[in-house]
Design a protein around this ligand. Structure first.
Ligand SMILES: NC(=O)c1ccc[n+]([C@@H]2O[C@H](COP(=O)([O-])OP(=O)(O)OC[C@H]3O[C@@H](n4cnc5c(N)ncnc54)[C@H](OP(=O)(O)O)[C@@H]3O)[C@@H](O)[C@H]2O)c1
Length: 324
């Protein structure tokens, strides 16, 4: 098979397609002929040599794919050869073939083309794990999402709306905020001009904040919360460390937590995928949520895909076509 592996920290030019032996599915695994692979911010951080990979990861990039089942390992009865599927991976997605735990595989949602489905697993599982599970979202609540038009934000806006919430977002440009409005966001905040904490206080505060910025936002996130609000940090795009005002934490009866999907146990990921199948897949199939795909690059030009992704000009997902 062809695949892209980590060859040492650097820019997009370090990404090269190489030949590897085909993976063989072991018991409980499905072998997928990969059609598409999604790019994620972690791939970029990994390429720069700043990502601590979980011990069970290989050095082949990629955390999500779509494709068709090429073979099944012993004990797998859920899928048959030829089935269109998508999967959450610990690694190995920038490839023409990948073997994955059957519990982390879902059927491609009805109405979806095979390639765009590659952008669903990581986003959908992350949103379920953090908005629904860790964030304990309830219908009628207000959710503030930072990074409105990234892969997570673009689908997160629609998920919260579909589940009956009000959505506030932050982004850096008027064009990104206009895209967020199109996706259903109710409160639009340009974080380069406005203090989002003040804007949220005026709007009654956020019951839940999906935070992708980390340290530098901690104090403002806490000020932006409503009473009994929750902050769930899933990204550290601004930095790792912040100062926590415990007096304000107590006054707001707030909670601050954070989660990581990639290094969870296979069983924990299986539970998240079951919840994803229950909560998100029906919304994708009914059209209540769509997956905005910004651009698709051939696997053979993975360096250009990373260069574009690093420019942060995309709205929604950037994908690789692994058949090219
Ligand atoms: N914990 C987990 O399990 C998990 C799983 C998946 C993703 N994530 C994380 O979630 C985050 C979003 O993922 P994604 O796939 O949506 O990435 P993405 O497509 O790259 O989007 C990131 C967004 O964040 C905004 N942003 C970037 N730097 C910022 C900063 N310093 N301050 C404020 N906003 C900033 C960017 O837009 P602007 O131009 O508007 O700033 C961009 O729209 C990433 O940090 C990723 O690592 C975590």
């Amino acid at each position: 098979m062809r695949a892209v592996r980590f060859r040492g920290a650097g820019g997009p030019e370090t990404l090269l397609v190489e030949e590897f032996p085909d993976p063989v599915p072991s018991a409980g695994q499905v072998l997928i002929d990969v059609a598409g692979a999604g790019l994620n911010r972690a791939d970029s951080v990994q390429r720069q040599g700043r990502y601590n990979l979980p011990p069970d990861a290989t050095d082949i990039f990629g955390m999500e794919v779509s494709g068709t089942v090429a073979a099944v390992g012993p004990g797998v009865t859920e899928y048959a050869v030829g089935d269109p599927v998508m999967a959450l991976l610990t690694s190995g997605g920038y490839a023409t073939k990948v073997a994955v735990d059957v519990r982390h595989v879902l059927a491609v949602p009805r109405g979806f083309e095979l390639l765009p489905a590659a952008g669903v697993p990581e986003v959908a599982a992350t949103l379920v794990a953090n908005i629904c599970m860790a964030g304990r979202f309830r219908s009628g609540e207000t959710v503030l999402i930072h990074g409105a038009t990234g892969g997570i934000g673009a689908v997160g806006i629609q998920l919260v709306k579909a589940l009956g919430g009000r959505v506030a977002v932050t982004a850096s440009t008027a064009a990104k905020l206009a895209a967020a409005r199109e996706l259903g966001a109710d409160i639009l905040i340009d974080y380069t001009r406005d203090d989002f904490a003040e804007r949220m206080a005026e709007a009654g505060g956020a019951d839940l904040i999906l935070d992708t910025v980390g340290g530098p936002y901690l104090e403002r996130n806490l000020r932006a919360l409503a009473l009994f609000g929750r902050i769930v940090t899933i990204g550290l795009q601004g930095g790792r460390e912040g100062e926590l005002n415990f007096a304000l934490l107590m006054k707001k009866k707030a909670s601050v937590t954070g989660t990581l999907l990639r290094d969870r146990t296979a069983e924990q990921k299986a539970e998240i995928m079951r919840e994803t199948a229950r909560l998100v897949i029906p919304l994708l199939e009914s059209g209540a949520i769509r997956l905005p795909v910004d651009r698709v690059f051939p696997l053979s030009d993975v360096a250009s895909a990373h260069r574009y992704f690093d420019s942060k000009s995309h709205v929604g997902k950037v994908l690789l076509d692994c058949r090219q």
